[in-house]
Design a protein. Structure first.
Length: 342
């Protein structure tokens, strides 16, 4: 199998994880990197020994002609970069959140489909090994058909220190973090026919909302609650753990603090430690997210080689992104909305 040559756009806070993960995947190498900020470009190039460095993405993609591009910039640049990749017929991975608007996201999917190139959104939280463990229990039918679910992320971790832009946007927690929890709800419970949301801003030093509570009606015929907060000061800080509760016809499942999975089924109760591994380049508490970066990127490579659509393809992720948009509109209007209509 020939080596896949990738190129990265965006050498900021999170891209370092993506670079480490690429280094660990056999048969792939990042051959060129790009950032408008020369200092960040130099720092990443030196850290990972990448000689081909560009400040302009179009120049990089035209000159290098990579097998894929990994877009690790923030949302405002996503549409232009994905459309650029599509115009050059280069498969693209794009970080979440998909784009600033639904129209942008739809245009990105249309551009890639018209060009016949794969597009995957880097929606990594469903790849976290504790979440995969939950999905395995559900799929095995151990607790029977679910009739209630909860996906919960509550923390007071200072995310603004590493990602100052999170404090500056009109939208914050649903767009940045809730998007992951909503995607997990889709992954575990299926697609959503209606959403009702409420938001609050507790931290006066940020512009957007830092608390959101959402009620989802699933097409499968039951409801789940997705709640997230960056204003929750607990005895033990849980960042970045997502907790899950599921009640089923024959039992229950709880993914609790400390990656403790408790399954109560007709045969009794078992407790498992489903902690993610600490990869050699990872550091606590981010290791859970970092492992999922390695797993989603390995998935991308498999799909690129096999021609199968990635699990979080652009088309799939339109549904998660529609939940984000519908949640904001529901919070503003106080109405229950159908996400397929936003
Ligand atoms: P950042 O601001 O630290 O880095 C973005 C970099 O992109 C900057 O260095 C900037 O100069 C560069 N850039 C922007 N537009 C460009 C363009 N057109 N051409 C070249 N360079 C350009 O941001 P970050 O915190 O690294 O976040 C990046 C993305 O990753 C965001 O969308 C964020 O939501 C996402 N993110 C995802 C996860 C996850 O777990 N999936 C975690 C953190 C961040
Ligand atoms: O995963 C993310 O998108 C990050 C964080 C975990 C801090 O919310 O921005």
């Amino acid at each position: 199998m020939s080596e896949l040559r990738g190129a990265l756009v965006g050498c900021g806070f999170f891209a370092r994880n993506q670079m480490h993960a690429w280094e660990d995947i056999p048969g792939v190498s990042i051959v060129a990197i790009c950032d408008r900020d020369e200092a960040r470009l130099a720092e990443m190039g030196d850290a990972f020994g990448i000689a081909q460095r560009f400040t302009d993405a179009a120049a990089m993609l035209r000159e290098v002609q990579p097998d894929f591009v990994d877009i690790a910039t923030t949302a405002p640049s996503h549409r232009a970069l994905v459309e650029l990749a599509a115009s050059l017929r280069i498969p693209a991975i794009c970080q979440k959140p998909f784009a600033p608007t639904m129209d942008d996201a739809r245009a990105m999917v249309a551009a890639c489909e018209a060009a016949g190139v794969p597009l995957m959104i880097h929606e990594n939280f469903r790849w976290q090994s504790p979440i995969q463990a939950v999905r395995r229990v559900l799929s095995a039918g151990e607790i029977g058909a679910p009739f209630f679910g909860r996906v919960s992320f509550r923390s007071a971790y200072d995310v603004y220190a590493g990602q100052p832009y999170l404090a500056e946007g009109e939208r914050f927690i649903i767009e940045d973090l809730g998007i992951h929890a909503l995607d997990i709800a889709r992954f575990l419970f299926g697609d959503v026919s209606a959403i009702t949301a409420r938001t609050q801003r507790v931290n006066p030093r940020i512009r957007g909302e830092d608390v959101a509570t959402m009620l989802l009606d699933h097409e499968a015929g039951f409801s789940s609650v997705v709640d997230c907060s960056y204003a929750t000061k607990l005895e033990t800080e849980r960042f970045p753990q997502t907790l899950v509760e599921i009640d089923g016809a024959h039992g229950t499942l709880r993914l609790d603090e400390g990656y403790r999975l408790t399954v109560t089924a007709p045969g009794g109760t078992r407790v498992e430690d489903v902690s993610p591994p600490l990869l050699p380049w990872a550091s606590r508490p981010w290791h859970n997210i970092q492992e999922s970066v390695a797993l989603i990127q390995a998935h991308w490579v498999e799909t690129l080689r096999s021609g199968v659509e990635p699990d979080t393809s652009g088309r799939d992720n339109l549904k998660t992104f529609a939940l984000v948009e519908a949640a904001y509109r529901s919070a503003a209007s106080r109405l229950t909305l159908d996400p397929s209509e936003v």
